[in-house]
Design a protein around this ligand. Structure first.
Ligand code: ACO
Length: 449
């Protein structure tokens, strides 16, 4: 029966809200269940009512690697893999890229809206204010071996920062949480540049607060230590900033999941970010751009592409920079990167690996193996070529990915903390080991002789 609501002059009949349900029949008991569907999903704990007996724990869903499980409700980033759509807080990536700089996008991700003039001024002030590192962080960095991978240094120093800011433990304190967000976004370029300078045995260059975010990174990495007179190329600074916008967030990917999972135990954001950066380091995730360059170098020229394709189709290796868990169409970020490549090459000269990459994409586009599996170039396929042309060493590529992803990690971490539905992350398992085993009876102790 429709409910009625009485207003001063009229009586309005309110239609009962339609609840979509999934009706399932348990073949074991012939019982029927109605499970509500919300936002296109069922609530997995609702399956627990499906039981064969009172002692039964209830039905679980089995989903290794989360192929079809939403672990949260989020309003940060939207991806439609079928159409190749990416939006941050509703804004299409194509509209943001080139029109809003990275720090504006970082504000958008963290706060849910683009900053007004005063908000932007405050945000820039707060980020700039926190770019310096404690002097002891330098000592910490000095302890790494000269050829330590910069991503290993980044992961460790991020975790190390937690010991410098013990207040960060108070994750429910709004003001303190904001301060750590400013610090983390601010310090990423400094940590990255210091890791680089350490790896080439050069003196660290301190941040310059009059430079833009990407520009500052370039200056800290490349400024000769004997001069303060160094201005990074404006085209390269602009393109790097755009790459940062493209990499800022990507909903529930492996590293974001690590951030949320560790954060769900209420660990401080430095520790969570170290976990997220560690996840990003892997060659199947943010480490892929490093692998792409190695692969393209190995191929060397177009003539060797058929051999690589044979190896890939024979299941002997992966085509690095291809494929994506969500995109089964073109990755919009890769398309934008391809468009700005020309601007970079006008400054740096054309990267010969680009010709190999373009040809590889062409071959893959017309090959059934890739067509059937919906394998397209992902963001890592072209970003590595641009980074390499800009002079970044290959082992800095995952670090360059981690710098802007920090804002996405923090936006997702904060969302998780404020979400009343979230609890400590703790999946179930299907135990398939031995039911119970007993140790063999102990041998009789040897009598003392
Ligand atoms: N080269 C060749 N074959 C591939 C590739 C690839 N790069 N990626 C997937 N496939 C094949 C798989 O072998 C599988 O084939 P099958 O059905 O015959 O077994 C099919 O395509 C489906 O692939 P899955 O492994 O099920 O896809 P999944 O979603 O688990 O993996 C991933 C996604 C990890 C990105 C994968 O495509 C891959 O390893 N790509 C190469 C690494 C890479 O570029 N990573 C960066 C991803 S983007 C990012 O993290 C920023």
């Amino acid at each position: 029966m429709a409910k009625q609501i009485r207003h001063a002059a009229t009586t309005v009949a309110l239609k009962p809200k339609r609840v979509d349900v999934l009706r399932v029949v348990d073949g074991r008991t012939a019982k029927e269940y109605s499970i509500p569907i919300q936002l296109g999903a069922i609530h997995a704990p609702d399956l627990r009512q499906i039981r064969v007996s009172d002692e039964d724990f209830g039905l679980m869903s089995y989903d290794p690697s989360f192929l079809n499980t939403a672990s949260c409700k989020s309003s940060v980033t939207f991806i439609d893999g079928a159409t190749g759509t990416l939006r941050y807080r509703g804004y299409p990536i194509e509209e943001l890229a080139g029109k809003r700089n990275y720090l504006e996008v970082a504000y958008l991700l963290v706060n849910g809206r683009l900053p007004g003039k005063n908000q932007l001024a405050d945000w820039l002030h707060n980020i700039t204010y926190h770019t310096m590192l404690h002097e002891n962080v330098k000592k910490f960095m000095d302890g790494f071996h000269h050829d330590a991978h910069p991503m290993g240094m980044l992961v460790s120093t991020l975790a190390g920062l937690s010991t410098f800011y013990p207040e960060a433990k108070e994750v429910q304190n709004v003001e303190l949480r904001q301060r750590q967000i400013h610090r983390l976004i601010a310090k990423m370029p400094t940590l990255a540049a210091f890791a680089y300078r350490h790896s080439i045995g050069m003196a660290y260059i301190y941040p310059s607060n009059d430079l833009g975010y990407a520009e500052n990174l370039l200056a800290m990495m490349y400024r000769p230590s004997w001069t303060t007179d160094y201005t990074p190329d404006p085209v390269l600074s602009k393109v790097l900033d755009l790459l940062f916008v493209l990499h800022a967030d990507h909903e529930q990917n492996c590293s974001t999941q690590a951030m949320r999972t560790v954060g769900s135990s209420h660990a401080d954001p430095y520790t969570c970010s170290a976990a997220a950066a560690a996840a990003l380091y892997g060659p199947l995730h943010g480490g892929a751009n490093e692998q792409v360059i190695q692969m393209l170098r190995e191929v060397g020229s177009k003539e060797n592409i058929p051999k690589l394709i044979r190896q890939v189709k024979g299941g002997r290796r992966l085509l690095m920079g291809f494929g994506h868990r969500i995109y089964k169409n073109r990755d919009p970020r890769a398309e934008i990167i391809k468009k700005v490549a020309g601007e970079v090459f006008a400054v740096t000269g054309r990267n010969p690996l680009l010709d190999v990459a373009l040809e590889l994409e062409k071959v893959a586009e017309s090959d059934d193996y890739f067509i059937k599996r919906h394998l397209f170039p992902n963001v890592d396929f072209y970003s590595g070529i641009i980074y390499q042309s800009m002079g970044f060493p290959v082992d800095m590529f995952p670090v360059l990915f981690a710098i802007p992803r920090m804002s996405g990690w923090l936006a997702q971490w904060q969302e998780m903390l404020l979400d009343p539905e979230q609890k400590i992350s703790r999946p179930r398992q299907l135990y398939v080991g031995p039911r119970v085993r007993h140790l063999p009876a102990a041998p009789n102790p040897t009598p003392p002789g």
